[in-house]
Design a protein around this ligand. Structure first.
Ligand code: GDP
Ligand code: IMO
Ligand code: MG
Length: 421
């Protein structure tokens, strides 16, 4: 049995949550391997809409085991709020959601440090989600982190020592005007709440499950262009969002990886600061935002919108070893006369077809333009119903990206998903 990995190839919000939910019936286990509550994964079915942040998107499909792996950073208060909300709507979690003891805890002071770091950056702000992601991963790498397993023994003492260290850092950043009394109380309730879940050595669990013949789907968060090594650094998140992150974030050998599903939108979006070569600042960009409801699932921030960027996608396919593509939000382009796709960059007068080191400067997209299909895709239930111009768009993307598109999504609902033969 192998492990399949599903991840975003753009700047996040590709529609990963929806696809994980759709694919979960084929798997025994769904596991998150990186990121934390910076994620917002939206699922829609039976007229209901759910947004998941730390809990894997396999939680709605029967009795599957869902795992939060060691590579994840977890905020106990936000986790508790999210889990209680699901329990309220009738989704029992405790027996099926396992949490790695090696996952790192996001403390209230990590969130303050996130804000303080952003303030100190002035006009070079990353535009983080403010959830304390960067400072928590920084503590992990500098060997100062507090882990889920720490709550099992002498926790208050450890917490106080970490908090004192953070307070010193905040003073050094001149960030002293805060009161976290209420937040801290809620956070400690979250710690107690977490104790009701199975806290596991997830690397042992996933490898044991594999040996027993179980199949696992790994759910990525964020997207490849936000990867700390390969994304548009420094405008990235603080984890490895690429396929290799599934190995380090769950304790899996690379030889265990089977399919690598790369999720793309039929266009492209980004939230937060940083380069985005195909960004549209005109009416077309506004139209994509309005039709695609391109506002952050968690923060409500406006998403920047633009055409699909095949140069960046080829790079993302390469660093992930993508075997199959899944295209989302095709229906958003239904009404457009023409559709554009970026096939090269003009970098200060030089035409290049690869994603360069200095993506932050002087990139102009070179586009190929195609006729739009001008037809409603949302009711399509099979490939044969697709208009010819949409079929041509799919074929063009497959040729350019040298990777098959296995699934096409034509609306937010679970049912609006077409698997290709
Ligand atoms: P994720 O972070 O990758 O899981 O994606 P988000 O949930 O942040 O953003 C994707 C948004 O697009 C959500 O609001 C989904 O409900 C919605 N969505 C997903 N697939 C489709 C689709 O094929 N068409 C349309 N119109 N919306 C979709
Ligand atoms: P999902 O899983 C889109 C962006 C932030 C910011 C940068 C760093 O829903 O696709 P962070 O808080 O991680 O330190 O912010 O990364 N970002 C996302 N953008 N979707 C996400 O997650 C994101 N998670 C982080 O906007 O630019
Ligand atoms: Mg999202």
């Amino acid at each position: 049995m192998k492990v399949d990995v599903l991840l975003g190839l753009q700047w996040g919000d590709e529609g990963k949550g929806k696809v994980v939910d759709v694919l979960t019936p084929k798997y025994d286990v769904v596991a998150r391997f990186q990121g934390g509550p910076n994620a917002g994964h939206t699922l829609e079915f039976e007229g209901q809409k759910y947004v998941l942040r730390s809990i894997p998107s396999g939680i709605f499909q029967g009795d599957k085991v869902n795992i939060i792996g060691n590579g994840v950073v977890l905020a106990p208060d936000l986790f508790m709020d999210e889990a209680k909300e699901l329990e309220k709507s009738g989704h029992e979690l405790r027996s099926r959601l396992h949490i790695s003891k090696k996952a790192h805890l996001i403390m209230p002071t990590h969130r303050l440090l996130d804000a303080a770091n952003e303030a100190a950056k002035g006009k070079n702000k990353v535009g983080t989600t403010g959830k304390g992601i960067g400072p928590t991963y920084t503590d992990k790498i500098s060997r100062n982190g507090l882990r889920v397993g720490d709550i099992l023994d002498n926790f208050q003492e450890k917490y106080a020592a970490h908090k004192a260290r953070h307070e010193e850092m905040l003073r050094a950043l001149n960030y002293t005007d805060y009161d976290i009394t209420d937040i801290e109380k809620h956070w400690m309730e979250g710690i107690d709440y977490m104790r009701q879940f199975e806290l596991v050595d997830s690397e042992h669990e996933v490898n044991r499950l594999l040996k027993e013949g179980k199949s696992i789907l790994c759910e990525g968060a964020q997207g490849t262009m936000l990867d700390v090594d390969f994304g548009s650094y420094p405008f990235v998140t603080s984890s490895n969002t690429i396929c290799a992150g599934a190995c380090t974030g769950l304790g899996l050998g690379p030889n265990k990886i089977g399919e690598v599903y790369g999720i793309i939108k039929a266009y492209c979006t980004r939230v937060g600061a940083g380069p985005f070569p195909t960004e549209l600042f005109d009416e077309t960009g506004n139209q994509i935002r309005a039709i695609g409801h391109e506002y952050g699932a968690v923060t409500g921030r406006e998403r920047r919108c633009g055409w699909i960027d095949l140069v960046a996608l080829k790079y993302a396919i390469m660093v992930n070893g993508v075997t199959k593509l899944i295209m989302m939000k095709s229906d958003v382009l239904d009404g457009f006369e023409t559709i554009k796709a970026c096939v090269a960059y003009n970098q200060r007068g030089h035409i290049i077809d690869f994603f360069p080191y200095d993506i932050n400067q002087g990139i102009e997209p070179v586009y190929v333009e195609m006729p739009g299909w001008k037809q409603d895709l949302t009711k399509c239930t099979s490939e044969s119903e697709f208009p010819q111009a949409f079929k041509d768009y799919i074929e063009f993307l497959e040729q350019q990206l040298e990777t098959p598109i296995a699934i096409i999504s034509v609306g937010p609902d679970r049912e609006q998903t077409i698997e290709r033969g």
